[in-house]
Ligand binder design. Sequence first.
Ligand code: 13P
Length: 280
Amino acid sequence: MSLYNFIDLLQVAKQREFKALGSFNLHCLEMLPAFFKAAEKTNSPLMIQISTGTAKYLGYRLLVDAICSLSASKNVPTCLHLDHCSDLAAIQTAIDAGFSSVMYDGSHLPIDENIANTRRVIDMARPRNVSVEAELGAIGGSEDGKVVALEEIAFTPVEDARRFVNETGVDMLAISIGTVHGLYTGKAHIQHQRLAEITQATGTPLVLHGGTGVSDEDMRLAVRNGIEKVNVGTEMNVQWVARCKQTFEKGKVNDSVRNFLVPANDAVTDVLVEKIQLFR
Ligand code: 13P
């Protein structure tokens, strides 16, 4: 089975009565079976996203080969997406390796430059049937080593979103509406009204970053107001590391390391299943 781009995978999700796709960050190769187990349990298509740091660590081709193989053997329609990338050469590497979706992140640039670069990425991606996500506005928190401090957060203006989508024709747009990357120190204050207005102005699938720690109620409301891709990353990492700490602490050095990892992977499956159920 070949990989699906985001638009095609969203169609599959809708046929299966999901309103949005969760897009889950894979932090290491060992976690991969847990992702497919969650998709099988929920009869959901699967969107796996990879930070540029993880892609460099594991290798783009290895990720494509492993994920294509599991997608075919488990019969799970799957999209492999490069998360937050500002480096056009790395995006080209991902496309050449066989990623089916990429994100160009020019959110730190003036809007004209962000638009121009996003258009370049779209020109690179279209001939290969690869979907493109872009970002407008500055989402707070920490993601793959990039930190946006509280005072640097910039919510996405509705009119800028309209212009951005019109001038780029991007497949999906990540917007800043109050979520942050990483762990929250308090409750997330999501700007649902701004979201509804951006949905109205763009008519394009919108992406909610920083899904970790967002309440079920906010998540459902965001999906109702136009979010069609929800990114979740930190939550799987936290669960995996917490379980590993326990099992490695209790285990003996000559126990199979596999036995230490199974409970961690089970916890990751539980996170994905819980999130996926919210999108029905
Ligand atoms: P969290 O790590 O906060 O869930 O955010 C993930 C994300 O938005 C990746 O792009």
